[in-house]
Design a protein around this ligand. Structure first.
Ligand code: ZN
Length: 154
């Protein structure tokens, strides 16, 4: 079985069974947060570093716009999902936004330390000024010009 590991999965230092993949960007995040000789040894032996194609990245971004996850996902997160899509791999991550979108994309995912989310989460945006809810993100509320905040849709 193939797995794509995000930085949370890489940092766990666990040696998962199967073929392990990650992106150069996720590896860069791990280096920034705290690479250890043990991790470096594990990655060099066990993890293939691969970049997803431009098409897969765009497909993931489109899907993220629909669920409202797009503002919560970093380019690194998008890359992880795109690679998993391309390889038909299981995503290993503790990041809820990545898990949520994986589900949306029909990808299998597993949590590393904490249990996976069971339900799909949708996000909406609420104006801090007039309190109106918006389906889409705006930098400023189209009605009153205040900033929006992200909240979970019920
Ligand atoms: Zn407003």
């Amino acid at each position: 079985m193939k797995f794509v590991l995000d930085s949370s999965a890489l940092l766990s230092g666990k040696d998962f069974r199967g073929e392990l993949y990650t992106t150069p960007e996720a590896l860069k995040e791990v280096k920034k947060i705290g690479m250890t000789p043990q991790l470096e040894a594990l990655f060099s032996v066990r993890v293939s570093i691969t970049s997803p194609s431009r098409e897969s990245i765009n497909a993931v971004k489109e899907e993220a716009k629909k669920t409202g996850d797009v503002k919560r996902l970093s380019p690194t997160d998008v890359g992880i999902l795109a690679l998993a899509k391309e390889l038909s791999a299981v995503v290993l991550t503790d990041d809820y936004s990545i898990q949520n979108l994986a589900k949306e994309l029909g990808l299998e995912y597993r949590g590393v330390a904490i249990s996976e989310i069971k339900e799909k989460i949708y996000w909406e945006y609420r104006c801090r000024g007039c309190g109106k809810f918006w389906e889409e993100w705006y930098n400023f509320c189209p009605i009153c010009g205040s900033k929006l905040k992200t909240s979970r849709k019920r």
